[in-house]
Design a protein around this ligand. Structure first.
Ligand SMILES: Nc1ncnc2c1ncn2[C@@H]1O[C@H](COP(=O)(O)OP(=O)(O)OP(=O)(O)O)[C@@H](O)[C@H]1O
Length: 288
């Protein structure tokens, strides 16, 4: 099984007051789907571009099966970054771009490409730079899903897509992953859209990975508990609460911990906390 290791990665820009990334460490394992989350400007796109060797780190390393990815053709043939669009000319027709990418990759999935062109209703005779923003993203999505790479990084793939096309993207991502498992890293701000698809959560904040865990680990410890305030209070007594809301006597508390080891009052409802709620809370307060 192949693996990407991100080790002590740092990135500073010449005129920036502080480094964008300080000490980023994590691994990407094969056949997992990672959600890469973080506030605007956290450095998600920069991080993905460094993994694909489109951008050089100021310090640290990215290893593919133990070898540095930098100028390593064998490793880079297994890593695809959705925004590596300098591979083709934007003045070209979409059909020409598809033919070019197909010529670059031996096992490029032409059947899937044709299926996606039909489902998205993409006009392949149009020049790329004449397409709407949404359709330009769709071209990048189609290429990303059809290249035969072990690691595929999707940077805000649904940005600019309408509701119908977002659904087409999601269902095809699930379908292609089920038929041909590979690793996806998906960066998005619409967490609710992918929380059922991802197997791992990576949260980038303040230049480091703040959270790195399987979705089961993360969701098995994060709860929202609602009910009459007095019953909720007595049930969660002693638990470190992340956030709470109260409407009249009805209260909801959110926490990331084990459930209290006491009987749950009949009036109290326990639900898993939505990943979006949990991540927004952590990003806002910088606290786990
Ligand atoms: N070449 C560059 N020179 C200077 N600053 C840069 C350069 N590239 C990126 N940055 C800065 O790095 C920061 C992080 O950008 P990046 O696009 O990686 O963040 P992001 O987490 O993907 O953000 P968003 O969610 O808003 O897309 C931004 O403040 C950006 O201005």
């Amino acid at each position: 099984m192949s693996k990407i290791e991100v080790k002590h990665l740092a990135k500073s820009f010449k005129f920036a007051k502080q480094p964008l990334l300080n000490e980023v460490n994590f691994n990407l394992e094969e056949n997992e789907i990672y959600g890469l989350f973080g506030e605007n400007g956290a450095g998600k796109s920069t991080l993905m571009s460094m993994i694909a060797d489109y951008n050089r780190p100021s310090a640290g390393q990215v290893l593919f099966d133990g070898e540095e990815v930098h100028e390593n053709d064998e490793a880079l043939s297994e890593i695809y970054f959705m925004n590596q669009d300098d591979m083709y000319t934007k003045k070209d027709k979409v059909s020409q771009i598809f033919s070019f990418v197909e010529s670059m990759y031996q096992d490029y999935d032409v059947d899937l490409q044709e299926k996606l062109v039909k489902e998205f209703r993409l006009d392949v005779n149009q020049k790329l730079n004449k397409l709407s923003t949404g359709y330009q993203s769709i071209v990048k999505i189609i290429i990303s899903l059809c290249v035969p790479c072990k690691f595929i990084m999707l940077d805000e793939p649904t940005l600019g897509l309408d509701a119908r096309n977002r659904e087409i993207f999601q269902s095809n991502l699930i379908e292609t992953y089920s038929e041909n498992p590979r690793t996806f890293v998906i960066s998005t701000h619409i967490i609710d859209e992918i929380d059922r698809i991802i197997s791992h959560v990576l949260l980038l904040q303040d230049g480091v990975i703040k959270m790195n865990g399987s979705i089961d680990d993360v969701s098995s410890k994060s709860y929202s508990i609602s009910g009459p305030a007095e019953d909720v209070n007595s049930y969660i007594n002693g638990v470190k609460v992340l956030d709470e809301e109260q409407l009249g006597r009805y209260k909801t508390v959110h926490f990331m911990d084990q459930l209290p080891d006491r009987e749950v009052p009949a009036s109290v409802d326990i639900e898993k906390m939505k990943l979006q709620k949990l991540l927004v809370y952590i990003m806002d307060r910088g606290r786990l």
